[in-house]
Design a protein around this ligand. Structure first.
Ligand SMILES: [Zn+2]
Length: 387
């Protein structure tokens, strides 16, 4: 006789580190229905070349029958079963590997989406870390249960890292990182103070920046950043002399402001990049300028770059919506200033009213209009959002 199936499938993930370059994942699964399909996240799954991939995948359980193909495991089982595998991490290759997981010295940097399978249908997940020096970013360790989305969005730094707190920001890097965090000591609090003034409130939550140095970035870009729910991965140019270059400060602040804005308003999809990237770029420039860290010629260069990216949209690797949003935000701000208002104030009001909500393009426009002094957004912005 089988025990009655639970109402929701429950998964307990246990993570251990059996070797320098790998993590062992054991998923104990109590299925809610006799068939479970587990998939690695599509975009970064082994089929698309994520990390070194999954090795030694084993499914075991009283009545489990399994078939595995790249990134996908089908299990027919009514009884609880275990899915165990190693996640093998290659050495850091380039900025793209930030998202795929890699090893740097003895430290592993791994996105949750590279570690955990997604179970079709709802599942109640718990994570046990059997690794002494593991830090999670974006996964609240005081909570026992998580949804699959939280597991995909979190990030792990495992091994010997250097950390430094700077207000509500925690900077993290591996040993051997060629820059001193001291370079940011005086500047970062000043930038945060300007951001606070822009938004009219202190940073909404703690934020962790994982810093890496790399000699390889896309052409014309002296660094790369990826926002995480509770932080960001920031790859800086190994060719620089200091972290306090205009482009690295720009990148760090841009990621920080994403979180500030993103804590309040979620990004529904890439079609909203006119707002999430474009308006974040606008705010980044504003805060840097107020802190005396963005010269007029440098700002003019950024505006020229955006105009060119919009003109050459099809040939550009940059998402043109971000550039168009940036230019539109600047134009709207200039118009608002002539009326005695300011775009950062409108955004601050929007943030205060919408904290924690997910807004798509049309909702964003409506919320922006509601927060603006005359109840309108410019026609150009409307066209951008409705594309
Ligand atoms: Zn961004």
């Amino acid at each position: 006789m089988s025990a009655p199936a639970p109402e929701r499938t429950a998964i307990v993930y246990t993570l251990t580190r059996p070797a320098r370059d790998r993590l062992h994942v054991a998923a104990h699964i109590a299925p809610a229905s006799p068939v479970s399909v587990l998939t690695m996240r599509e975009a970064y799954g082994p089929a698309r070349g994520f990390a070194g991939g999954i090795a030694d995948l084993v499914v075991s359980g009283a009545d489990a029958r399994a078939a595995a193909e790249a990134g996908r495991v089908l299990v027919a089982a009514a009884e609880p079963f275990t899915l165990a595998y190693d996640c093998v991490l290659p050495d850091y290759a380039d900025a793209v590997s930030l998202l795929r997981g890699f090893r740097r010295g003895d430290t592993l940097f791994v996105p949750g989406m590279a570690l955990f399978h997604r179970l079709h249908g709802e599942a109640d997940c718990a994570v046990r870390l059997d690794i002494p020096d593991a830090r999670t970013i974006g996964l609240d360790p005081s909570r026992r249960h998580h949804d699959g989305g939280a597991l995909e969005r979190c990030y792990f730094a495992i091994g010997d890292v250097v950390m430094r707190a700077c207000g509500r920001t925690l900077f993290v890097h591996e040993r051997g990182f060629p820059f001193a965090l001291d370079d940011l000591a005086g500047i970062w609090p000043r930038l945060m103070a300007e951001a606070e003034r822009l938004f009219g409130e202190a940073a909404p939550a703690d934020w962790t920046a994982c810093l890496f140095a790399s000699g390889e970035h896309p052409p014309g870009r002296p660094g790369a950043g990826f926002a995480l729910p509770g932080g960001a991965l920031v790859s800086v140019s190994a060719g620089d002399d200091t972290l306090a270059t205009p482009h690295t400060l720009w990148l760090l602040l841009h990621e920080r402001l994403h979180h500030w804005l993103g804590c309040a308003i979620g990004r529904a999809g890439p079609a909203d990049d006119w707002f999430f990237e474009g308006f974040t770029n606008f705010l980044t420039c504003e805060a840097l300028q107020r802190a005396g860290r963005l010269s007029r010629p440098e700002l003019a260069r950024l505006v020229r770059l955006s105009r060119r990216a919009v003109r050459e949209a099809t040939a550009s690797i940059e998402p043109p919506l971000a550039h168009r949003g940036f230019l539109a935000a600047r134009r709207w701000h200039a118009a608002l200033v002539r009326q005695g208002a300011a775009l950062p104030e409108i955004l601050a009001r929007l943030v205060a009213a919408r904290r924690g909500t997910m807004l798509g393009g049309a909702d964003l426009l409506a919320a922006l209009a509601q927060a603006s002094p005359d109840g309108h957004v410019p026609e150009a912005l409307r066209r951008l959002a409705e594309q």
